[in-house]
Design a protein around this ligand. Sequence first.
Ligand SMILES: [Zn+2]
Length: 397
Amino acid sequence: MTERLYYSDPYLTTFDAQVIAARLLEGQPAVALDRTAFYPTGGGQPHDTGTLNGVPVLETTSDGDAIWHRLAAPLPPGAAVHGQVDWARRRDHMQNHSGQHILSQALIVTAGALTVAWRLSDHSLTIDLNQTGLSDGQLASAEGLANQVVQQDQPISARFVSAAELPTLALRKQPDVEGPLRVVEIGDFDRVACGGLHVASTARVGLIKVLRAERRGPETRLHFVCGQRALADYERKHELVRSLAGRFTCGEEELPQAVERLQALADSNFKALRAAQAELVTAEAARLAALAGPGGLATGVYPTWEAEQLKQLAMALRGQPGLIIALAGGANQVLAARSADVSFDAGQALRGALAAVGGRGGGRPDFAQGAAPSWQAACQALDVLARSGDRPERAVA
Ligand SMILES: [Zn+2]
Protein backbone atom coordinates (compact mmCIF):
# COMPACT_ATOMS: atom_id res chain seq x y z
CA MET A 1 0.00 0.00 0.00
CA THR A 2 1.48 3.33 -1.06
CA GLU A 3 1.02 6.35 1.22
CA ARG A 4 -0.59 9.09 -0.88
CA LEU A 5 1.33 12.22 0.05
CA TYR A 6 -0.62 14.35 -2.46
CA TYR A 7 -3.79 14.04 -0.36
CA SER A 8 -2.21 15.62 2.71
CA ASP A 9 -0.45 18.29 0.60
CA PRO A 10 -1.40 18.83 -3.07
CA TYR A 11 1.41 21.44 -3.27
CA LEU A 12 4.15 18.93 -2.36
CA THR A 13 6.50 18.62 -5.35
CA THR A 14 9.58 16.83 -3.89
CA PHE A 15 9.77 13.86 -1.51
CA ASP A 16 11.99 10.98 -0.40
CA ALA A 17 10.79 7.37 -0.50
CA GLN A 18 11.83 3.75 -0.92
CA VAL A 19 11.18 1.34 -3.80
CA ILE A 20 9.00 -1.51 -2.41
CA ALA A 21 8.36 -3.39 -5.69
CA ALA A 22 9.53 -3.44 -9.30
CA ARG A 23 7.95 -4.97 -12.43
CA LEU A 24 7.39 -4.43 -16.16
CA LEU A 25 4.45 -2.25 -17.30
CA GLU A 26 3.71 -2.13 -21.05
CA GLY A 27 7.21 -3.51 -21.62
CA GLN A 28 8.87 -0.77 -19.56
CA PRO A 29 10.32 -0.81 -16.01
CA ALA A 30 7.98 0.37 -13.24
CA VAL A 31 8.32 0.76 -9.48
CA ALA A 32 5.96 1.07 -6.50
CA LEU A 33 7.10 3.26 -3.58
CA ASP A 34 6.20 3.25 0.13
CA ARG A 35 5.05 6.88 -0.30
CA THR A 36 4.58 9.15 -3.28
CA ALA A 37 3.52 12.66 -4.32
CA PHE A 38 2.81 11.45 -7.88
CA TYR A 39 -0.95 11.54 -8.62
CA PRO A 40 -2.12 8.50 -10.66
CA THR A 41 -4.69 8.79 -13.47
CA GLY A 42 -8.14 8.78 -11.89
CA GLY A 43 -11.34 10.69 -11.18
CA GLY A 44 -11.05 12.48 -14.52
CA GLN A 45 -7.64 13.96 -13.68
CA PRO A 46 -4.58 12.88 -15.72
CA HIS A 47 -1.50 11.42 -14.01
CA ASP A 48 1.61 13.32 -12.98
CA THR A 49 5.03 13.08 -14.60
CA GLY A 50 8.44 14.07 -13.21
CA THR A 51 11.56 12.19 -12.09
CA LEU A 52 12.71 9.59 -9.52
CA ASN A 53 16.47 9.96 -8.86
CA GLY A 54 16.60 11.85 -12.17
CA VAL A 55 14.94 9.00 -14.12
CA PRO A 56 11.89 10.31 -16.04
CA VAL A 57 8.49 9.10 -14.74
CA LEU A 58 6.42 8.54 -17.91
CA GLU A 59 3.11 7.57 -16.34
CA THR A 60 1.61 7.00 -12.89
CA THR A 61 -1.21 4.50 -12.30
CA SER A 62 -2.95 2.99 -9.28
CA ASP A 63 -3.91 -0.67 -8.86
CA GLY A 64 -6.04 0.21 -5.84
CA ASP A 65 -3.30 -0.49 -3.26
CA ALA A 66 0.02 0.50 -4.82
CA ILE A 67 0.84 3.39 -7.12
CA TRP A 68 3.05 2.39 -10.05
CA HIS A 69 5.53 4.75 -11.66
CA ARG A 70 6.38 3.70 -15.24
CA LEU A 71 10.01 4.71 -15.84
CA ALA A 72 12.39 5.47 -18.71
CA ALA A 73 15.06 3.30 -16.96
CA PRO A 74 14.91 0.67 -14.16
CA LEU A 75 15.42 1.36 -10.42
CA PRO A 76 16.31 -1.57 -8.09
CA PRO A 77 13.94 -2.79 -5.31
CA GLY A 78 14.91 -1.34 -1.93
CA ALA A 79 16.52 1.74 -3.48
CA ALA A 80 16.10 5.08 -1.73
CA VAL A 81 14.68 7.60 -4.20
CA HIS A 82 14.20 11.34 -4.39
CA GLY A 83 11.04 12.25 -6.31
CA GLN A 84 10.33 15.46 -8.22
CA VAL A 85 6.84 16.11 -9.61
CA ASP A 86 6.52 18.17 -12.84
CA TRP A 87 4.85 21.14 -11.13
CA ALA A 88 3.79 23.07 -14.26
CA ARG A 89 1.80 20.05 -15.45
CA ARG A 90 0.28 19.34 -12.01
CA ARG A 91 -0.66 22.99 -11.38
CA ASP A 92 -2.36 23.11 -14.79
CA HIS A 93 -4.39 20.01 -13.84
CA MET A 94 -5.32 21.44 -10.40
CA GLN A 95 -6.34 24.85 -11.85
CA ASN A 96 -8.54 23.27 -14.49
CA HIS A 97 -10.02 20.63 -12.15
CA SER A 98 -10.99 23.26 -9.55
CA GLY A 99 -12.33 25.48 -12.35
CA GLN A 100 -14.49 22.56 -13.50
CA HIS A 101 -16.08 22.22 -10.03
CA ILE A 102 -16.83 25.96 -9.93
CA LEU A 103 -18.33 26.12 -13.44
CA SER A 104 -20.40 22.94 -12.89
CA GLN A 105 -22.03 24.43 -9.78
CA ALA A 106 -22.47 27.83 -11.52
CA LEU A 107 -24.37 26.07 -14.34
CA ILE A 108 -26.76 24.52 -11.79
CA VAL A 109 -27.36 27.89 -10.11
CA THR A 110 -27.88 29.91 -13.31
CA ALA A 111 -29.36 27.36 -15.74
CA GLY A 112 -30.36 24.27 -13.73
CA ALA A 113 -27.95 22.27 -15.93
CA LEU A 114 -26.32 19.26 -14.26
CA THR A 115 -22.81 18.04 -15.18
CA VAL A 116 -23.01 14.32 -16.06
CA ALA A 117 -19.39 13.88 -17.23
CA TRP A 118 -16.16 15.82 -17.55
CA ARG A 119 -12.80 15.31 -19.28
CA LEU A 120 -9.40 16.91 -18.77
CA SER A 121 -6.44 16.31 -21.08
CA ASP A 122 -3.26 18.19 -21.94
CA HIS A 123 -5.07 20.23 -24.57
CA SER A 124 -8.80 20.20 -23.72
CA LEU A 125 -11.28 20.56 -20.86
CA THR A 126 -14.98 19.74 -21.31
CA ILE A 127 -18.12 19.12 -19.28
CA ASP A 128 -21.23 17.34 -20.56
CA LEU A 129 -24.55 18.82 -19.37
CA ASN A 130 -27.81 16.90 -19.04
CA GLN A 131 -29.73 19.25 -21.33
CA THR A 132 -29.68 21.07 -24.66
CA GLY A 133 -30.77 24.49 -25.86
CA LEU A 134 -28.77 26.58 -23.37
CA SER A 135 -28.78 30.18 -24.61
CA ASP A 136 -25.68 32.35 -24.99
CA GLY A 137 -27.12 34.46 -22.17
CA GLN A 138 -27.36 31.45 -19.81
CA LEU A 139 -23.78 30.43 -20.60
CA ALA A 140 -22.60 34.02 -20.05
CA SER A 141 -24.40 34.11 -16.67
CA ALA A 142 -22.76 30.84 -15.58
CA GLU A 143 -19.34 32.08 -16.70
CA GLY A 144 -19.95 35.38 -14.88
CA LEU A 145 -20.92 33.64 -11.63
CA ALA A 146 -17.93 31.26 -11.87
CA ASN A 147 -15.52 34.20 -12.24
CA GLN A 148 -17.24 36.01 -9.38
CA VAL A 149 -16.51 32.97 -7.16
CA VAL A 150 -12.87 33.13 -8.36
CA GLN A 151 -12.67 36.83 -7.40
CA GLN A 152 -14.11 36.06 -3.94
CA ASP A 153 -11.05 33.88 -3.22
CA GLN A 154 -13.08 31.23 -1.39
CA PRO A 155 -11.10 28.41 0.31
CA ILE A 156 -11.00 24.96 -1.33
CA SER A 157 -10.59 21.98 1.00
CA ALA A 158 -10.88 18.19 0.85
CA ARG A 159 -11.62 15.62 3.58
CA PHE A 160 -12.59 11.98 3.90
CA VAL A 161 -16.19 11.51 5.00
CA SER A 162 -17.66 8.38 6.63
CA ALA A 163 -20.55 6.46 5.03
CA ALA A 164 -22.71 7.58 7.98
CA GLU A 165 -21.98 11.29 7.50
CA LEU A 166 -22.42 11.27 3.70
CA PRO A 167 -26.26 11.47 3.62
CA THR A 168 -26.16 14.54 5.90
CA LEU A 169 -24.12 16.51 3.36
CA ALA A 170 -25.87 18.29 0.50
CA LEU A 171 -23.63 17.10 -2.36
CA ARG A 172 -23.90 18.63 -5.85
CA LYS A 173 -24.07 15.14 -7.38
CA GLN A 174 -25.11 11.79 -5.89
CA PRO A 175 -21.94 9.60 -5.68
CA ASP A 176 -21.88 6.44 -7.83
CA VAL A 177 -20.26 4.40 -5.01
CA GLU A 178 -21.09 4.05 -1.31
CA GLY A 179 -18.87 5.74 1.32
CA PRO A 180 -16.47 6.41 2.92
CA LEU A 181 -15.61 9.05 0.30
CA ARG A 182 -13.41 12.06 -0.19
CA VAL A 183 -15.43 15.28 -0.43
CA VAL A 184 -14.15 18.56 -1.91
CA GLU A 185 -15.68 21.81 -0.64
CA ILE A 186 -15.40 25.24 -2.26
CA GLY A 187 -16.31 27.71 0.51
CA ASP A 188 -20.09 27.71 0.86
CA PHE A 189 -20.53 27.50 -2.93
CA ASP A 190 -20.00 23.82 -3.86
CA ARG A 191 -19.58 20.40 -2.25
CA VAL A 192 -19.07 17.16 -4.20
CA ALA A 193 -17.38 13.76 -3.88
CA CYS A 194 -14.03 13.87 -5.73
CA GLY A 195 -10.72 11.99 -5.58
CA GLY A 196 -8.75 14.59 -7.55
CA LEU A 197 -6.38 17.38 -6.54
CA HIS A 198 -7.30 21.04 -6.22
CA VAL A 199 -5.74 24.46 -5.72
CA ALA A 200 -6.03 25.91 -2.18
CA SER A 201 -8.44 28.73 -3.01
CA THR A 202 -10.63 29.87 -5.90
CA ALA A 203 -8.39 32.84 -6.76
CA ARG A 204 -5.66 30.36 -7.74
CA VAL A 205 -7.88 29.02 -10.53
CA GLY A 206 -7.49 32.29 -12.41
CA LEU A 207 -9.82 33.22 -15.27
CA ILE A 208 -12.55 30.75 -16.32
CA LYS A 209 -13.58 31.18 -19.97
CA VAL A 210 -16.22 29.17 -21.86
CA LEU A 211 -15.06 28.70 -25.48
CA ARG A 212 -18.00 26.95 -27.15
CA ALA A 213 -21.03 24.71 -26.68
CA GLU A 214 -21.67 21.69 -28.83
CA ARG A 215 -24.89 19.65 -28.95
CA ARG A 216 -24.40 15.90 -28.52
CA GLY A 217 -27.74 14.07 -28.68
CA PRO A 218 -29.67 14.88 -25.48
CA GLU A 219 -26.61 16.57 -23.92
CA THR A 220 -24.50 19.70 -24.38
CA ARG A 221 -20.70 19.59 -24.30
CA LEU A 222 -19.03 22.80 -23.07
CA HIS A 223 -15.41 23.46 -23.98
CA PHE A 224 -13.66 25.85 -21.58
CA VAL A 225 -10.25 26.91 -20.25
CA CYS A 226 -8.97 27.98 -16.82
CA GLY A 227 -5.93 29.77 -15.42
CA GLN A 228 -2.75 29.51 -17.48
CA ARG A 229 -4.70 27.95 -20.38
CA ALA A 230 -7.10 30.91 -20.40
CA LEU A 231 -4.14 33.32 -20.48
CA ALA A 232 -2.54 31.36 -23.36
CA ASP A 233 -5.87 31.40 -25.21
CA TYR A 234 -6.19 35.19 -24.69
CA GLU A 235 -2.59 35.78 -25.84
CA ARG A 236 -3.16 33.72 -29.00
CA LYS A 237 -6.45 35.48 -29.82
CA HIS A 238 -5.02 38.91 -29.04
CA GLU A 239 -2.14 38.24 -31.42
CA LEU A 240 -4.60 37.05 -34.07
CA VAL A 241 -6.73 40.21 -33.78
CA ARG A 242 -3.63 42.42 -33.70
CA SER A 243 -2.18 40.86 -36.86
CA LEU A 244 -5.56 41.05 -38.66
CA ALA A 245 -5.92 44.72 -37.75
CA GLY A 246 -2.39 45.23 -39.11
CA ARG A 247 -3.26 43.54 -42.40
CA PHE A 248 -6.42 45.62 -42.78
CA THR A 249 -4.58 48.72 -41.51
CA CYS A 250 -7.48 49.52 -39.20
CA GLY A 251 -8.23 49.53 -35.46
CA GLU A 252 -9.38 46.32 -33.74
CA GLU A 253 -12.90 47.74 -33.34
CA GLU A 254 -13.12 48.40 -37.10
CA LEU A 255 -12.34 44.79 -38.09
CA PRO A 256 -16.00 43.74 -38.67
CA GLN A 257 -16.58 46.64 -41.10
CA ALA A 258 -13.26 45.93 -42.84
CA VAL A 259 -14.27 42.29 -43.37
CA GLU A 260 -17.73 43.37 -44.60
CA ARG A 261 -16.13 45.71 -47.15
CA LEU A 262 -13.84 42.90 -48.34
CA GLN A 263 -16.81 40.51 -48.67
CA ALA A 264 -18.81 43.09 -50.65
CA LEU A 265 -15.82 43.63 -52.96
CA ALA A 266 -15.39 39.88 -53.46
CA ASP A 267 -19.13 39.53 -54.24
CA SER A 268 -19.12 42.30 -56.85
CA ASN A 269 -15.88 41.00 -58.38
CA PHE A 270 -17.42 37.53 -58.61
CA LYS A 271 -20.52 38.89 -60.36
CA ALA A 272 -18.37 40.87 -62.80
CA LEU A 273 -16.24 37.79 -63.50
CA ARG A 274 -19.33 35.65 -64.20
CA ALA A 275 -20.71 38.33 -66.58
CA ALA A 276 -17.37 38.56 -68.42
CA GLN A 277 -17.19 34.75 -68.66
CA ALA A 278 -20.70 34.64 -70.15
CA GLU A 279 -19.72 37.26 -72.78
CA LEU A 280 -16.56 35.30 -73.56
CA VAL A 281 -18.58 32.08 -74.01
CA THR A 282 -20.97 33.83 -76.43
CA ALA A 283 -18.09 35.30 -78.47
CA GLU A 284 -16.15 32.01 -78.45
CA ALA A 285 -19.26 30.07 -79.58
CA ALA A 286 -19.73 32.44 -82.52
CA ARG A 287 -16.02 32.18 -83.46
CA LEU A 288 -15.91 28.35 -83.32
CA ALA A 289 -19.20 28.02 -85.26
CA ALA A 290 -17.87 30.34 -88.00
CA LEU A 291 -14.59 28.38 -88.21
CA ALA A 292 -16.46 25.06 -88.42
CA GLY A 293 -18.94 26.21 -91.02
CA PRO A 294 -22.29 24.47 -91.60
CA GLY A 295 -22.04 20.72 -90.88
CA GLY A 296 -18.50 21.12 -89.51
CA LEU A 297 -16.48 20.27 -86.42
CA ALA A 298 -16.32 22.93 -83.71
CA THR A 299 -13.25 22.30 -81.58
CA GLY A 300 -11.04 24.26 -79.18
CA VAL A 301 -8.82 23.97 -76.09
CA TYR A 302 -9.28 26.11 -72.95
CA PRO A 303 -6.70 25.03 -70.32
CA THR A 304 -7.90 27.51 -67.66
CA TRP A 305 -11.66 27.10 -68.03
CA GLU A 306 -13.78 25.48 -65.29
CA ALA A 307 -16.19 22.62 -66.09
CA GLU A 308 -19.23 24.91 -65.92
CA GLN A 309 -17.82 27.43 -68.41
CA LEU A 310 -16.80 24.64 -70.83
CA LYS A 311 -20.31 23.17 -70.59
CA GLN A 312 -21.87 26.60 -71.32
CA LEU A 313 -19.73 26.88 -74.46
CA ALA A 314 -20.90 23.42 -75.60
CA MET A 315 -24.54 24.38 -74.94
CA ALA A 316 -24.19 27.63 -76.92
CA LEU A 317 -22.69 25.68 -79.86
CA ARG A 318 -25.47 23.06 -79.72
CA GLY A 319 -27.87 25.90 -80.43
CA GLN A 320 -26.29 26.22 -83.90
CA PRO A 321 -27.35 23.72 -86.61
CA GLY A 322 -25.20 20.87 -87.93
CA LEU A 323 -22.27 20.94 -85.51
CA ILE A 324 -20.18 18.25 -83.85
CA ILE A 325 -18.45 19.71 -80.79
CA ALA A 326 -15.15 18.56 -79.18
CA LEU A 327 -13.59 20.67 -76.39
CA ALA A 328 -10.86 20.36 -73.77
CA GLY A 329 -10.70 22.43 -70.56
CA GLY A 330 -9.03 22.87 -67.18
CA ALA A 331 -8.35 19.85 -64.94
CA ASN A 332 -7.85 17.80 -68.17
CA GLN A 333 -11.56 17.77 -68.99
CA VAL A 334 -12.72 16.54 -72.37
CA LEU A 335 -16.23 17.20 -73.69
CA ALA A 336 -18.13 15.92 -76.75
CA ALA A 337 -21.55 17.07 -77.99
CA ARG A 338 -23.63 17.58 -81.12
CA SER A 339 -26.39 19.81 -82.48
CA ALA A 340 -29.91 18.34 -82.39
CA ASP A 341 -29.98 17.78 -86.17
CA VAL A 342 -26.76 15.71 -86.37
CA SER A 343 -26.49 11.92 -86.15
CA PHE A 344 -23.41 11.26 -84.01
CA ASP A 345 -23.08 9.34 -80.72
CA ALA A 346 -21.06 11.77 -78.55
CA GLY A 347 -21.19 9.44 -75.51
CA GLN A 348 -19.75 6.48 -77.38
CA ALA A 349 -17.12 8.60 -79.18
CA LEU A 350 -15.97 10.23 -75.91
CA ARG A 351 -15.76 6.90 -74.05
CA GLY A 352 -13.60 5.47 -76.87
CA ALA A 353 -11.35 8.54 -77.12
CA LEU A 354 -10.75 8.72 -73.36
CA ALA A 355 -10.26 4.95 -72.98
CA ALA A 356 -7.47 5.19 -75.59
CA VAL A 357 -5.51 7.59 -73.34
CA GLY A 358 -6.31 6.03 -69.95
CA GLY A 359 -9.08 8.47 -68.99
CA ARG A 360 -12.72 8.00 -68.04
CA GLY A 361 -15.98 9.58 -69.10
CA GLY A 362 -19.35 9.10 -70.72
CA GLY A 363 -22.79 10.53 -71.27
CA ARG A 364 -25.71 10.74 -73.66
CA PRO A 365 -25.50 10.63 -77.48
CA ASP A 366 -25.94 14.45 -77.59
CA PHE A 367 -23.68 15.43 -74.66
CA ALA A 368 -20.85 13.68 -72.82
CA GLN A 369 -17.91 14.65 -70.63
CA GLY A 370 -14.96 13.11 -68.80
CA ALA A 371 -11.33 13.64 -67.88
CA ALA A 372 -7.92 12.45 -69.06
CA PRO A 373 -4.99 11.67 -66.72
CA SER A 374 -2.93 14.64 -68.03
CA TRP A 375 -3.25 17.72 -70.25
CA GLN A 376 -1.26 15.98 -73.00
CA ALA A 377 -3.63 12.97 -72.81
CA ALA A 378 -6.64 15.33 -72.92
CA CYS A 379 -5.28 16.87 -76.18
CA GLN A 380 -4.67 13.38 -77.62
CA ALA A 381 -8.26 12.36 -76.76
CA LEU A 382 -9.48 15.55 -78.43
CA ASP A 383 -7.59 14.54 -81.62
CA VAL A 384 -9.22 11.09 -81.58
CA LEU A 385 -12.62 12.72 -81.04
CA ALA A 386 -12.07 15.20 -83.85
CA ARG A 387 -11.21 12.38 -86.28
CA SER A 388 -14.23 10.29 -85.29
CA GLY A 389 -16.47 13.35 -85.59
CA ASP A 390 -14.99 14.34 -88.94
CA ARG A 391 -15.75 11.15 -90.82
CA PRO A 392 -17.28 11.95 -94.23
CA GLU A 393 -19.96 9.26 -93.84
CA ARG A 394 -21.59 11.00 -90.87
CA ALA A 395 -25.11 11.98 -91.68
CA VAL A 396 -26.31 15.55 -91.54
CA ALA A 397 -30.03 15.90 -91.54
ZN1 LIG B 1 -13.46 16.59 -9.13
